[in-house]
Design a protein around this ligand. Structure first.
Ligand code: NAD
Length: 258
């Protein structure tokens, strides 16, 4: 099962899992987009099912877990991928901006783990992939909300991995760098960051293909990996995160990089 399967990394991951032999359940708040991904898979001969669900809606995600179990079968692989972007300094952000991005990027992942985790743990079989980001370990003055959500997803994944290891359930945090997807077209630019929209969009257009992340997701399940940076910039960030003194990390984070 892949959340955010209607676009970008989620859509590519749905295709990669289908190519590896999985029956795919594609979930998206945009039901039409989920349907399109599932139709693409069906045309390629892969069994797939679409559900329109908002991952921030806790009750709806619990109901989704029950519906998928009875209509499709037990979920072996859950990819909590649905997410949104926001850029802008902390003091420029409205309360609503903060609640919006925390709701999708963090609570959405938590809701998926809470709704689908119990059956996996009870069956003693399964794998959860949570899509974090290279920004989950790279502090940036201009991305405090996005970085915070992705750092939290990374930590939640590591905690669940420690917890569910003895139950035979693997958990991975996949941490992509800059990936060329439509996320940037829907990203909120707040405060003075609005002026850098064109430059940032161009940088994303030069990013990696979403298929690179999709391959990493499949590989992370096969090899039961813990933390998986994707793209050279994310690998460099992960390396720096582990060796760089924090006073240098904050100086680097003050640079306006995109
Ligand atoms: P995208 O915008 O192309 O796709 C995201 C999908 O999630 C969309 O189809 C959207 O409708 C869906 N979605 C959004 N809110 C939802 C909700 N509340 N409930 C259900 N579905 C919802 O974005 P993408 O680039 O493919 O991003 C996928 C994930 O990868 C996100 O978590 C993002 O933060 C992460 N990521 C992206 C990049 C990048 O450079 N593109 C880098 C690192 C991490």
């Amino acid at each position: 099962m892949v959340t955010g399967a209607g676009s970008g990394i989620g859509r590519a991951t749905a295709h990669a899992l289908a190519a590896a032999g999985a029956t795919v359940v594609g979930v998206d708040v945009d039901g039409g987009a989920a349907d399109r991904t599932v139709e693409e898979l069906a045309r390629a001969g892969a069994p797939a099912h679409a559900y329109a669900v908002d991952v921030t809606d806790r009750t709806a995600v619990v109901e989704l877990a029950a519906a998928v179990e009875s209509e499709v079968g037990p979920v072996g692989i859950l990819v909590n991928n649905a997410g949104v972007g926001m850029t802008g300094r902390f003091l420029d952000m409205a309360d609503e901006d903060w609640d919006w991005i925390l709701g999708v990027n963090l609570d959405g992942v938590r809701n998926g783990c809470a709704a689908f985790g119990p059956a996996m743990v009870a069956r003693r079989r399964g794998h959860v992939v949570n899509v974090s980001s290279g920004l989950g370990f790279t502090p940036r003055a201009t991305e405090p909300a996005y970085c915070t959500t992705k750092a939290a997803v990374l930590m939640l994944s590591q905690c669940l991995r420690a917890d569910w290891r003895s139950a035979g359930v693997g958990v991975t945090a996949v941490c992509p760098g800059v990936i060329n997807t439509p996320i940037i077209d829907r990203t909120r630019f707040v405060g003075s960051r609005a002026a850098s929209r064109d430059r940032t969009v161009q940088a994303f257009r030069r990013g990696h293909a979403p298929e690179l992340v999709a391959e990493a997701v499949v590989d992370s399940v096969r090899r039961n990996r813990a933390v998986v940076p994707v793209g050279v910039e994310s690998h460099v960030g992960w390396g720096l995160h582990r060796v760089l003194p924090s006073r240098l990390a904050s100086r680097l984070g003050a640079l306006d990089q995109l």
